[in-house]
Design a protein around this ligand. Sequence first.
Ligand code: PFF
Ligand code: NA
Length: 452
Amino acid sequence: MSTHNVWTHKGTFLLAAVGSAVGLGNLWRFPYLTGENGGGAFILIYALTIFAVGIPILIAETMLGRASRRSPIMGMRFLTRCHNTSRAWESIGWLGAASAFMILSFYSVIAGWAIHYTWQMLTGSLVGADAEMIGEGFDALLAAPGLLTFYHTLFIVASGLIVGMGVHKGIESGLRIIMPALFAILLVVLVYGIANGDFAAAASFLFTFNIADLSLEGWLAAMGQSFFTLSLGMGAIMAYGAYMNSEVSLTRTAIAIAIVDTSVAMVAGLAIFSLVFGAGLSPGQGPGLMFVTLPLAFAEMPFGALVGGVFFILVLGAAISSSISLIEPVAAYLVERFDMTRPQAVALMVVASWALGLLTVASFNIWAEGTLFHALAGRSPFEFIELLTNIFMPLGGLLIALFAGWALTHSEVMKEMRTSETWFMIWRFLVRFVAPAAVSFVFLRTIPQVEG
Ligand code: PFF
Ligand code: NA
């Protein structure tokens, strides 16, 4: 019945899932969205959704992958047949593929910025630069669509090659080094930020929870970010779950992933905002936040060019282990469904995402004002695609929660979860009622507003 091999090591799923989860979402997107949305209130909603909605859905999504042992779209087809339920549930697979395709398109462009800064660090071009010079350098990068396209192409081709050659299953040993090393350098930057920046201002910005500070669109962004950061709602985790050893506890694994992911985001946030407030920069400056503050720290600290170079290489490692998890489910589906070869399937996904990524490239220069896009309510194409992912990921997660909560049988779930009856009851209550209510609440509040 099973078409998949099972990973031999029990810890492999955890490592692969952490590789998918930890990435630009933690280092780039979390700080910039927090800064744009006023700090603590955003973090409160983000953290609440991670723990009350994200972890249960993470369990549900892994469970669907492990129970079906197929790629997400074919897996959902298989599970709906087994349970004689509506084929409408297969839309989970489609919705996920659409989100993966959109996310990869801009993820690759932003990872391209990290390629640029790796180069800048290693050549020592920023040594001794001040905040103004670094800001100007970043603006010059954004103003160069050709250069952005070049980096975008490099990153997406590298990701595609890894998945296309099937070597993504061999990168676990790399992740075992990259993840701890990245965390260690973040701690170094945090210590530097505490010593030279304004840590007190950062802590009060991040941990003063005044819910009234959060705009309606901020609610959607906070919820969307909690799905984005855990790689939820799009089949990435389901695809990895298909290879997971059946003896491992889903609950414990999901909690571990969420804790690691949240810790990386918090350390990155504290480090970046200490530097931001210390240098008198604006917290709400948008997607460039990480790329103007961290290079500033590396420009000033001893051995900064080297530390910064290694840091950005590790960022690229974390980004590529996330981007391959975006390609994998779509490629696996194309192979299973249309009998494509693996390289053909990957090439199709990568070329299509690459082309869509050009809209993100243009969003920072020729189409920055968004005047061409009245229908997008003044948003640049990049902002519009981000908005769509903030809607699609929670929607996919909601459907996953409902399917796992209502369509799967008690014994099936118990067999997969491997926990006590109490945990089962808590989990089922969360996926049946709490997750759907929370997602609907945020959608009903915010979507009518953001359309106009
Ligand atoms: N979780 C990744 C990050 O935080 O960078 C981004 C991501 C990867 C989202 C894979 C979705 C996904 F399927
Ligand atoms: Na993440």
